[in-house]
Design a protein. Structure first.
Length: 162
């Protein structure tokens, strides 16, 4: 049996329509960030959509929601790519291009083998998390589950150096 893979979906509502020059800073970096993801340790697969790897769907009462969907070998691999380097810099600037949404905008879950989720299945996982909270079916970055369905112990927050 193949090792389980970590699926991650992130939803973001565009502030402006695609093609609007105010999205140029974001759109100009999509291909570069995608290439970095594909070259990152633990990267397995990403959904290909209208904006690099993101599907453009209607959700949360908004017509222009980007849904980013990918598979990773482990959470540490996903974390390293997401929060360090170029992607982390784009993430910290997201308020320039995206409308803040209440509730979780990212859901994670474990898959067996060669399953490739589609955007509808991924959105269903995110909605599961938003409605019912973290579980083995859909969990958050802060409250994760192991592939065997047991919860990870809560992460200890580091205190700032004095």
């Amino acid at each position: 049996m193949a090792d389980p893979l970590l699926a991650v979906v992130t939803a973001a509502v565009l502030k402006y329509p695609l093609g609007d020059p105010r999205l140029a800073g974001f759109l100009d970096g999509v291909d570069r960030v995608n290439r970095l993801a594909e070259a990152s340790p633990g990267f397995v697969w990403r959904h290909h959509g209208v904006v690099g790897h993101a599907a453009l769907i209607e959700a949360f009462g908004h017509p222009d929601v980007l849904l980013n969907l990918s598979l990773w070998a482990s959470y540490p691999d996903l974390h390293a790519f997401t929060y360090r380097g170029l992607h982390g810099r784009y993430l910290s600037a997201r308020e320039r291009w995206f409308v803040p949404l209440p509730g979780p905008t990212t859901a994670l879950w474990w898959l067996d083998g060669d399953v490739r989720p589609d955007p509808d299945a991924a959105l269903a996982r995110l909605l599961q998390l938003r409605r019912h909270g973290p579980s083995a079916r859909a969990f958050s970055v802060l409250r994760r589950w192991r592939p065997d369905g047991t919860p990870e112990p809560p992460a200890r927050r580091r205190r700032p150096a004095r």
